[in-house]
Design a protein. Structure first.
Length: 139
């Protein structure tokens, strides 16, 4: 999983450079970018601190990324991660965000049903509700 994340990061960086310069990135620049990514991801260890029992341990960054992504976290619009309760998470904030996302899904389904039933007024109300829950979940 972490390798896929790094590949996506690399592709986004290439796309961003090409968009900013208006030119295709050269092979030399790609090699330089690969070196930067390797230095910043593959060989990096991070300090992982458990705030509950106040212990710290160093882990390879890619191992931490793999462990986090394997739990399918809720990822907010600002990049904050919350463990889902159904995947072993035990935090009140994660539970709240999970509830917001599930409630939004309910309203989106009602919106689509109203759309299929050609009930424009109900569709607009359900769309408004689902957007409120989206904003709350991303806040």
């Amino acid at each position: 999983m972490a390798e896929l994340l790094i590949e996506k990061y690399r592709n986004q960086a290439i796309h961003m450079i090409e968009e900013c310069t208006g030119e295709n990135i050269t092979e030399e620049e790609i090699e330089k970018l690969n070196g930067i990514i390797k230095d910043n991801f593959k060989d990096t260890e991070i300090k992982f601190t458990n705030t509950y029992n106040k212990t710290s341990k160093n882990f390879p960054l890619l191992t931490v990324i793999d462990n986090i992504l394997a739990k399918e976290p809720i990822i907010t619009g600002n990049g904050t991660l919350f463990n889902r309760e159904d995947k072993g998470g035990k935090n009140i904030t994660g539970s709240f965000v999970d509830m917001l996302l599930k409630t939004r899904k309910v309203y989106k389904n009602k919106m689509f049903k109203a759309q299929n039933d050609k009930d424009k007024a109900l569709e607009e109300v359900m769309d408004m509700f689902q957007k409120v829950f989206k904003v709350l979940a991303n806040a």
